[in-house]
Design a protein around this ligand. Structure first.
Ligand code: SF4
Length: 389
């Protein structure tokens, strides 16, 4: 029997680039920062898809996985088309039967291509849907535009309504615009559009981008977002994964979220040509930081875990950068997201968001400490992140 690759954290999810094209051209998109994506197959071929599923079978059985998630991703995954999505899910069902593992299928879409037939299909196939949206029209349309610069707000809202009409309640993923007012964004997402689960991502910039002036502070946004959520929206049952993960980190718990606290970068991504890769946002540091010479047509999935291009960010994500040694936040921040820590071929610098972390984590800790105070006499002396193991 073939030996397993040397890895402690085995990916339980595959991000599958079923489409390398997108109907939008968002200004901050990491995908199009790699010019080679334009030369990849527009959609994954049947041949590659078939080989990929047989590699999944081998991988799930080899590692004894009981659960596995397949995320339809792109580009824009709905470009894959209804028939191909149906075929993909049929293969996923077969995979579950062959391996005995639970296989879930999800997708992250820009929502523009959702029509009634697509929404019915996603519902019938039990695909969990996350929609990307950045806020009310003037905020969303600043970045989420098509190739002619036209905003997509109306179409996305139309897609969300169509999904709901089919009985799907999507979640929401939003890239932070540091100039925007987070209270206005929460009003749009929750009060106007009725979302209960929202997530925010920091804009993807690495150390080199920051040195070139492409970094903006996000701490005013995050502090204001946290206060609005903590004081109001969280009490109404609204969940924001980024803030929940930051609280978990402050309290010394595992966060389970990439870039917050201890979060090994062990992502399995399959490109539309079958190429095996790490987290696709690593593209912000150039194609050489993500592309390997491995492909599902010729290599088992776990060959990836021995590949130096894949291992570099993985191993860096297990370590705290040396320049964080003296920082009191290091047990919970750990230098920030490894994607942002890249500089000159390495991931061992601290994040360009360091100054933001120095603002937001103490703010969250202070808010939590103030709440704990009336309930316990010792609470006033607690600095939550000191509880971290
Ligand atoms: S706040 Fe800055 S110095 Fe401290 S651990 Fe995070 S990145 Fe490192």
């Amino acid at each position: 029997m073939r030996q397993r690759a040397p890895i402690e954290h085995v990916p339980g999810m595959a991000v599958v680039k079923v489409a390398a094209r997108c109907n939008l051209y968002c200004t901050y998109c990491h995908w199009f920062r790699d010019a080679t994506v334009e030369s990849r197959p527009a959609v994954m071929s049947q041949e590659v898809e078939q080989a990929m599923f047989s590699r999944f079978r081998e991988y799930i059985l080899g590692y004894g996985l009981h659960e596995f998630v397949l995320c339809l991703h792109g580009g824009e995954p709905l470009v894959f088309g209804k028939e191909r999505i149906r075929g993909f899910v049929a293969s996923a069902r077969r995979l579950a039967w062959e391996t005995g593992a639970r296989i879930d299928v999800c997708t992250t879409t820009n929502g523009v291509l959702v029509d009634a037939a697509m929404a019915d299909l996603l519902r019938d196939l039990d695909i969990q849907v996350c929609v990307s949206m950045d806020g009310p029209r003037e905020i969303h349309d600043r970045a989420r535009v098509d190739r002619r610069g036209r905003g997509s707000f109306d179409k996305v809202v139309g897609g969300i309504k169509t999904l709901r009409g089919a009985g799907i309640e999507p979640t929401l993923l939003s890239v932070i615009d540091p100039h925007a007012d987070p209270v206005e964004i929460l009003k749009c997402f929750v009060d106007e559009l009725g979302f209960q689960i929202v997530d925010f991502l920091l804009p993807d910039v690495n150390r080199e981008d920051a040195a070139a002036g492409h970094w903006k502070s996000v701490s005013p946004f995050l502090i204001s977002l946290f206060d609005a959520w903590y004081d109001d929206y969280s009490r109404r049952g609204v969940r924001i994964r980024l803030l929940e993960a930051m609280i978990a980190s402050v309290l010394g718990r595992r966060t389970g979220l990439q870039g917050v606290g201890f979060s090994p970068m062990c992502v399995l991504c399959i490109n539309s040509d079958g190429g095996l890769e790490n987290h696709d946002a690593l593209r912000i540091s150039g194609v050489e930081s993500i592309a390997t010479d491995l492909n599902v047509m010729t290599s088992p999935i776990d060959a990836l875990f021995s590949n130096p291009v894949w291992r570099a960010p993985y191993e860096a994500s297990l370590r705290i950068p040396e320049e964080c040694e003296e920082c009191s936040l290091r047990p919970l921040c750990r230098g920030g997201d490894v994607i942002h820590r890249y500089e000159a071929g390495h991931y061992d610098r601290r994040s360009p968001y360091c100054s933001d972390y120095l603002d937001i984590y103490p703010h969250i800790a202070a808010r939590i400490r103030a709440d704990l105070k009336p309930r316990t006499r010792r609470a006033s002396s607690i600095t939550p992140w000191r509880l971290h193991p």
